[in-house]
Design a protein around this ligand. Structure first.
Ligand code: MD6
Ligand code: FE
Length: 199
């Protein structure tokens, strides 16, 4: 995709049954919810987390928190299938020794979108981010290091994994409004898993 950003087409396909079963368990313990940005807007993407740290936003800001603010309980543990997939993908992309402590899970229903942003709430930008797409296809907007850089568009399909770090770690990116459709395994939605080293 760019210097430091690799797209691994179909890499998560062999894991799809394990991933979807684990997702159901996680969502039963920590349900998807529409968080509010510091600016007071409710996000169209619904989110939950697993792992030792979970990304949250509310009126006070963005942060990583060991607990789900809705329940007060720790986020569900990161399933082995999630961890192994993320580590294998990072390896394949040339980022050896990636050890994620956070997995943000995004759910897009038709019309949901993610505006251009940088991922900069992590402590250590030397670790890459591993991003897994499941379900309906989406148009990923991949910009540059300035918000004003015109994004390029990549179609991300079920099983695709994007890995980025190094010179691409702070690139502006987003997701165009999800087109309606029906996916054989996941139905009328797209799920994105982003693995990070938050702490
Ligand atoms: C998404 N992904 O694909 C949103 N961030 O639904 C992200 O915001 C993202 O895919 C950092 C690195 C990879 C990503
Ligand atoms: Fe992001």
């Amino acid at each position: 995709m760019a210097d430091g950003a690799v797209l691994l087409r179909g890499f998560a396909k062999p894991f799809e049954a394990d991933l979807t079963a684990a997702l159901r368990d996680i969502a039963a313990q920590a349900p998807f919810r529409h968080m509010v940005t510091p600016g007071g807007h409710q996000m169209s993407v619904a989110m939950t987390n697993c792992g030792g740290a979970g990304w949250v936003t509310d009126r006070t800001g963005y942060r990583y928190d060991a607990r789900d603010p809705e329940t007060g309980k720790p986020w569900p543990a990161m399933p082995l299938s999630f961890r192994e997939l993320a580590e294998q993908a990072a390896d394949r992309a040339g980022f050896r020794g990636f050890s994620p402590d956070a997995c943000l899970i995004n759910r897009y229903q038709p019309g949901a979108r993610m505006s251009l942003h940088q991922d900069r709430d992590e402590n250590d930008f030397s670790a890459p981010i591993v991003s897994v797409s499941l379900g309906l296809p989406a148009i990923f907007l991949f910009g540059g290091l300035k918000r004003s850089d015109r994004p390029r568009r990549f179609r991300l399909e079920h099983g695709d994994i994007a890995v980025w770090g190094g010179p691409a770690r702070l690139v502006f990116h987003g997701v165009a409004p999800l087109a309606d459709g029906e996916h054989g395994l996941l139905g009328r939605q797209r799920i994105n898993l982003t693995f990070r080293k938050a702490r």
